[in-house]
Design a binder for this molecule. Structure first.
Ligand code: Z5A
Length: 251
């Protein structure tokens, strides 16, 4: 009697457990349907260096190559990249009323633009699996406001941390180029464009020497993340060096 009851109850247990397995498989399928995960995770790559070092040129080339491989790519720049950020960019660089801007104001405006960019554009792009190529990011603040304007580096870091949180680049390219060469390239480019005043470019030679020193310090401190690119090389050679670092990151 007991044995029969035991056999029945095992059968009942078996069919119950089968039902539970089927139902939990259904729950798992339902969870995946409700929360689709991107097949590939996003990647943030930043481009740094002095003005006219070729950053925008290389961002475009890399974006084109990645897109040709079927990757989702978002390109952006700092300061700017959003409607709010572009207004801040105008105030920082071109406004006719910006001559009295203080170094601390510059620091906060750069990071106000960045806080907006990170939340409005970069994080959503990374969440959908895009590769985000950003022409300048927080290393620019360390180099220009920290080393160039000589603001306290710990304060600069605190403000940057508020702006970016844990949205950090997986890879950064630092374009190293002699100041004279980048100035020559900018002069060539400007010859074809109408003149637009830029407050930051009005800084003296010593300022730009401190910025260059700042970039060298950043690259030396984080050699795994920051790859130095010889920006006096030609466009295709630079692209080939960049590709050598990017390709292994593509899964
Ligand atoms: N800034 C800051 O202070 N703090 C911050 O936190 C941030 C920024 C985010 C932004 O300027 C300014 O804001 C910048 C730092 C500060 N100030 N300065 N001075 P921007 O966005 O207007 O510009 P930029 O980033 O300084 O650089 P750019 O003018 O856009 O240049 P680029 O992107 O590095 O270079 P490019 O446009 O690709 O090339 C320049 C020219 O050279 C062009 O004619 C190309 O055809 C040519 N070129 C490019 N590559 C080569 C090679 N390999 N050989 C020969 N010719 C080349």
């Amino acid at each position: 009697m007991n044995l029969t009851l035991g056999a029945e109850s095992r059968e009942a247990q078996f069919s119950r457990s089968r039902f539970e397995v089927q139902s939990s498989r259904f729950k798992v399928r339902l969870l995946f349907a409700l929360n689709p995960k991107p097949l590939r995770s996003g990647l943030l790559i930043t481009f740094e260096g002095g003005e006219g070092s070729g950053k925008s040129t290389q961002v475009s080339l890399l974006a084109e190559r990645l897109r040709s491989l079927g990757r989702g790519v978002t390109t952006t720049r700092e300061p700017g990249g959003t409607l709010i950020g572009e207004e801040i960019r105008h105030t920082l660089k071109h406004s006719k009323d910006n001559a009295a801007m203080q170094a601390e104001t510059e620091l906060l405006l750069m990071n106000a633009s960045r806080a907006q960019l990170v939340r409005e554009l970069i994080r959503p792009a990374l969440a959908r699996g895009d590769i985000v190529l950003c022409d300048r990011y927080y290393d620019s603040t360390t180099a220009y406001q920290g080393y160039g304007r000589q603001l306290d580096l710990a304060m600069v870091k605190t403000i940057v941390d508020v702006a970016v949180g844990d949205t950090r680049p997986a890879l950064t390219f630092f374009f190293r180029v002699p100041h004279e060469l980048s100035q020559e390239r900018l002069r060539t480019r400007q010859a074809t464009l109408p003149f637009i005043r830029d407050r930051i470019e009005e800084a003296d030679r010593e300022f730009f020497a401190r910025v260059a020193h700042g970039y060298e310090a950043i690259a030396a401190a984080e050699p795994e993340r920051v790859k130095v690119i010889d920006a006096s090389a030609d466009v295709q050679q630079m692209h080939a060096s960049i590709w050598r670092s990017v390709e292994p990151l593509l899964k």
